[in-house]
Design a protein around this ligand. Structure first.
Ligand code: ZN
Length: 119
């Protein structure tokens, strides 16, 4: 074990504490070990998981399973990339925000992808 370990304090509700405590007991580990392994798992996995989710959303959009309710033309305030084709978009360029029918999510879409959506 490394010598240089830090102690992490986190305030949680009594309910959450009880939940964590019960899960730790169930797994026969200390609360500290249980929470540590959760954080380790999350830190290692979350990046990959979010990338996978991102890809899924992109695929979803390409297959048009999620309906875009409206596009709103915008002028970019920062460099970004088209959410669908990944084309680099530069600050000051025209782009569009897509609003979805069934979610409050918004994405930035280039003009080409917006035009393609009309077909
Ligand atoms: Zn695009």
């Amino acid at each position: 074990m490394k010598n240089k370990q830090k102690v992490l304090h986190a305030r949680v509700s009594e309910e959450l504490y009880d939940k964590i405590s019960q899960k730790a007991k169930k797994h026969r580990v200390t609360i500290s070990n249980f929470v540590r392994s959760l954080i380790e798992d999350y830190s290692e996995l979350s990046g990959d998981v979010f990338e996978i989710i991102d890809d899924k959303i992109r695929e979803h959009l390409k297959k048009k399973k999620e309906e875009v309710l409206a596009y709103h033309p915008i002028i970019l305030g920062k460099n970004t990339a088209c959410y669908i084709c990944d084309k680099k978009l530069i600050k000051g360029e025209n782009a569009n925000i897509a609003f979805f029918e069934k979610s409050s999510r918004k994405i930035v879409v280039c003009d080409d992808c917006r035009k393609n959506d009309r077909n």
